[in-house]
Design a protein around this ligand. Structure first.
Ligand SMILES: Nc1ncnc2c1ncn2[C@@H]1O[C@H](COP(=O)(O)OP(=O)(O)OP(=O)(O)O)[C@@H](O)[C@H]1O
Length: 455
């Protein structure tokens, strides 16, 4: 069957490679298969070089693993196939939906009302959002907003770390509003896109259309508003949009990676407005919730995932839900690729590289989570500006651990702790070093944490 060999390789590569790499370098390849050769046609020399350097070996391995006799030779060259619909490469769809910017269809600003209205991701619903202690409040608030848009909590402000389900919840609200009223004008927009659209509208003299489009909505869902930091013109425009929607009792939902008051580079008048409705945090999920999420994702794709495998994955991948899904996707793709059932042994084998690199690499997120659990505070507290001793000390411990266990620079660490200056991190490292020498308690805490994190 023409094209099937490459399709299988593609499905596997999509799981193994970061999304951006896959889209940039692999997706543009066109395949021509004749049983003896798999010819991959690249649009230009850059793509050929990149693929040769980075994934050619892996492609050959995958072709070998498919086990066709004789094993087809892989040829990579610049070229393109004459357009023939039957040969279009049909790439496999990932289990999880792609991330925010991907829903945004490039469209002229004039079309905003229609285009915005079609940007909801139908896969993100309340039904498939798994509830746990870490997201209970956020889910409950979102549900109430969906039942009573513009009136329950306006605005609804959801904040928390990456990959914890903020975007999912936001879309769930939009989907539910639309399910209850098909005429409702609901728009999802990433803040970066809002900024881009606004700049275009200014350039093309269509700022009035832009304003009307946004202000005519029943609900505006705006993601990752930390992107507004430092962008004064966009904040100004968003301020007016916000006021118009708010006054019209039109719903506004926002997400952000931190508590709004902690956002540097954001005007005070916006920060205070963000707090007019309800502000809820989403925390990293506990083990049981992680297991439940895995089971739910497996069930959605009709995959048989034994409990012990779900526990194994949940225990080993602790950073966030997106990573958890990535690990599951890898196991499932591997199982579909090889036709083997998902057993403990199989999962360990499929995730070996991922776990090995994770074991070698302690992440700042992981440190924050472990330190927060250890001191029984919230990750959000570590990222906040609160200065009370019970928060500030653990924060300094976490910063010192990040310096010791990761290869991140001081500014990067500062940034990961709610956008702090590198001198704060340096100060934290010095304080902790001194305390470890003079204070048994700190010294013990630090050693315990080091043991937990680095084995
Ligand atoms: N409680 C949950 N139940 C089911 N799926 C979840 C849950 N939490 C997160 N997910 C899934 O995890 C993935 C990442 O979630 P999402 O994109 O909503 O994260 P986010 O908090 O918006 O992250 P970012 O700040 O990076 O945009 C999505 O595929 C989402 O469906």
């Amino acid at each position: 069957m023409q094209g099937s060999l490459w399709r299988r390789c593609l499905a596997q590569l999509e799981v193994e490679l970061p999304e951006q790499q896959f889209n940039t370098w692999i997706r543009p390849l066109q395949a021509v298969e004749d049983g003896r050769t798999l010819r991959l046609l690249a649009p230009n020399r850059f793509v050929v070089d990149w693929v040769n350097e980075n994934v050619a070996g892996r492609i050959t391995e995958l072709v070998d693993a498919v086990g066709e006799e004789p094993t087809p030779a892989v040829v990579l060259e610049v070229g393109s196939r004459p357009a023939a619909p039957a040969m279009t490469i049909n790439t496999h769809q990932p289990v999880a939906a792609t991330r925010a910017p991907a829903y945004i269809a490039p469209a002229p600003v004039r079309d905003i009302p229609t285009v915005l209205g079609s940007r909801l991701n139908p896969d993100f619903t309340f039904t498939n959002f798994v509830e746990g202690k870490s997201n209970q409040l956020g889910r409950a608030a979102a549900f109430q907003v969906a039942e009573n848009p513009g009136r329950a909590y306006n605005p609804l402000f959801i904040y928390g770390g990456v990959g914890l389900g903020k975007t999912h919840l936001m879309h769930a609200v939009g989907n539910m509003i639309r399910a209850r009223n098909e005429h409702a004008r609901v728009a999802y927009v990433h803040s970066e896109r809002f900024v881009g659209d606004m700049v275009k509208a200014l350039q093309h003299n269509t700022i009035n259309d832009f304003k009307t489009a946004y202000r005519s909505l029943d609900a505006l869902l705006i993601d990752d508003i930390q992107f507004f930091a430092g962008k004064d013109r966009s904040q100004e425009e968003f301020f007016h949009t916000f006021n118009a929607l708010f006054e019209g009792q039109q719903q506004i939902i926002m997400t952000c990676d931190r508590y709004p008051k902690e956002l540097d580079g954001l005007e005070e008048r916006l920060k205070s407005r963000f707090g007019w409705g309800l502000t809820v945090a989403i925390e990293p999920p506990e083990l049981e919730t992680c297991v439940a999420i895995l089971m739910s994702k497996a069930a959605q794709t009709r995959v048989d995932l034994p409990d012990e495998v779900a526990f194994f994955i949940a225990k080993r991948i602790r950073s966030n839900v997106r990573e958890l899904e990535g690990a599951l996707r890898r196991v499932v793709a591997n199982s579909q690729f090889t036709g083997r059932a998902i057993t403990m042994e199989f999962a360990k084998e499929s995730l070996r590289d991922l776990l090995a690199s994770q074991d070698r690499m302690v992440t700042i997120e992981n440190i924050q989570k472990t330190v927060a659990e250890y001191f029984k505070i919230r990750v959000a507290d570590l990222l906040s500006k609160r200065r009370s001793r019970s928060i500030a000390r653990p924060r300094q411990v976490a910063m010192a651990l990040a310096k010791e266990l990761t290869s991140h620079s001081l500014p990067e660490i500062g940034d990961a702790f709610g956008g702090r200056d590198h001198t704060t991190v340096l100060h934290a490292c010095r304080v902790i070093k001194e305390l470890r020498e003079s204070n048994t308690r700190t010294s013990e805490d630090y050693s315990n944490l080091l043991r937990t994190l680095a084995g």
